[in-house]
Write a protein that binds this ligand. Structure first.
Ligand SMILES: NC(=O)C1=CN([C@@H]2O[C@H](COP(=O)(O)OP(=O)(O)OC[C@H]3O[C@@H](n4cnc5c(N)ncnc54)[C@H](O)[C@@H]3O)[C@@H](O)[C@H]2O)C=CC1
Ligand SMILES: N[C@@H](CC=O)C(=O)O
Length: 432
């Protein structure tokens, strides 16, 4: 095939943590990339609405712009990196870029989880391309693996730690005794957190990511609203201590499983045995397990951060340049041919750790245990710290495996007891 391209121009929209990380990696690796591809690669415009903010790299004023239209209307720009985040105006920008035949690379998981199918359709129609490696697992090349190497695998489960911010917070609290607020501030300072950190700590970010992973793994378009979601904000430092005493750590897991042609899709904190391979994945690291009929794989790496995610974006840019160079665009690499229903959360079976805030009075434990028993929830352990008579105290219970519906019914009854002030459950993953 005739090689025509000798130069590719790139426009960056959004010059924050990821946008600047991408430019840094591109510039540092420019010589190697150009030598490998035989193409001159130039960043010709960088657009951001805020040029006051301090950045880790300095760029010439001539490259700066403030309006995405400066990139969209520039016919010499082949590849657009969207790194502003959120749904709008990101969706309109990406759609227009694709319609204009530009290749788009984005780490925007909310955009891909909610609008990926529509945008891929636009890309197919206009013969352009959409890449989103940075949207899941930061610097871990999991999207490429699912699109290419694992396309022929019959994937049964994909799960793991997919949010760097919450893993960083839980690790800091657990390993260094740092407070939740302090750990969150540090995650923000390091550029791991989303522009709106609620996205991280309430599990939205992980829900977007597992929706993307499940869609690719099971070739079905997963609606992010079908992902059961709990974040880490209801956890207490005492939960971490209790877990540790029993030989567990607490992690926020994102889980997608195919079970008899139904999908389990959930994001929530879990107690993991400390020997579990995910238990030692700390800080901003992410880990994703893929279990297929023929092989079990583990992907571990930095789950967030400007340069780690920038490297993933540069990987997409390299693939995009190859496709431009050899005029072989329009290969989505996957499509959604299946349509699996999602298992209702109430049917999911788990073991639970239940924390109950109750008055230390005679007969309280008996009343609580009776409610568990009445709902068919069997207990495997109870722990009450030394407490003061008639004062509120946390009591922890471990249950045996039980359907979510029974556990939730028991909690509903227990919360109504006059001696109980609150009841909260964390799932326990015994896993492999
Ligand atoms: N921070 C991280 O470690 C990772 C972030 N991502 C994703 O990357 C995207 C960007 O995230 P960050 O770089 O962390 O955010 P950020 O807040 O550091 O950067 C966003 C930049 O976009 C600019 N911006 C926002 N709206 C704009 C508009 N309408 N026009 C022009 N500029 C605009 C902001 O001024 C800011 O400089 C998000 O989709 C995020 O989910 C993905 C993986 C890792
Ligand atoms: N806020 C996200 C950034 C990467 O996707 C995270 O903490 O994982």
């Amino acid at each position: 095939m005739e090689e025509k391209r000798t130069r590719v121009n790139i426009g960056i929209i959004g010059f924050g943590t990821v946008g600047s990380g991408t430019v840094k990696v591109l510039w540092e690796q420019k010589f190697e990339i150009e030598r490998a591809l035989g193409v001159t690669v130039e960043v010709v415009k960088i657009v951001d609405k805020d040029w006051i903010r301090s950045r880790s790299i300095v760029i010439p004023p001539s490259l700066r712009g403030e309006d995405p239209a400066e990139i969209l209307n520039d016919d010499s720009i082949d590849i657009v990196v969207e790194a502003i985040g959120g749904l709008e105006p990101a969706f309109s920008i990406v759609k227009e870029a694709l319609e204009r035949g530009k290749t788009v690379v984005t780490p925007n998981k909310e955009l891909i989880a909610k609008k990926g199918k529509e945008l891929l359709q636009v890309a197919l129609q206009s013969g352009s391309e959409l890449f989103f490696e940075g949207s899941v697992g930061g610097g871990i090349p999991i999207i490429h693996a699912l699109k290419e190497q694992l396309l022929g695998d019959d994937i049964e489960e994909i799960f793991g730690i997919v949010n760097g911010t919450t893993n960083f917070i839980l690790s800091e609290m657990s390993l260094k005794g740092v407070s939740y607020q302090e750990a969150l501030r540090e995650a923000q300072r390091l550029g791991y957190a989303e522009p709106v950190p609620t996205m991280d700590v309430e599990g939205f970010d992980a829900a977007y990511k597992i929706a993307i992973l499940a869609s690719l793994s099971f070739r079905t378009q997963v609606d992010v609203d079908q992902v059961y979601r709990e974040g880490i904000t209801a956890l207490l430092p005492q939960d971490i201590d209790f877990a540790r005493e029993l030989g567990y750590v607490i992690k926020l897991l994102a889980i997608a499983k195919k079970d008899k042609n139904q999908l389990e899709l959930r994001v929530h904190p879990v107690l993991l045995p400390s020997w579990h391979s995910l238990a030692s994945v700390n800080g901003v690291e992410n880990a994703i397990f893929v279990k297929s009929r023929t092989r079990n794989l583990t992907f571990i790496g930095p789950g967030a951060g400007g340069e780690a995610t920038g490297s993933a974006i540069v990987g997409d840019i390299i693939e995009a340049i190859r496709n431009l160079k050899y005029s072989c665009r329009g290969r989505a690499g996957y499509n959604f041919t299946a349509n699996f229903p999602v298992k209702p959360m109430k049917e999911v079976v788990n073991q639970y750790c239940v924390r109950i805030l109750a008055y230390d009075r005679p007969g309280v434990l008996g009343k609580i245990a009776a409610e568990f028993g009445a709902c068919g929830v069997s207990l495997s352990a109870v722990k009450q710290p030394v407490s003061v008579p008639d004062q509120l105290t946390h009591i922890y219970f471990l249950t045996h495996h039980t359907p979510e519906s029974q556990l939730q019914l028991a909690l509903e009854h227990i919360r109504k007891l006059s001696v109980v002030s609150d009841a909260f459950a964390i799932r326990v993953e015994s896993g492999s």
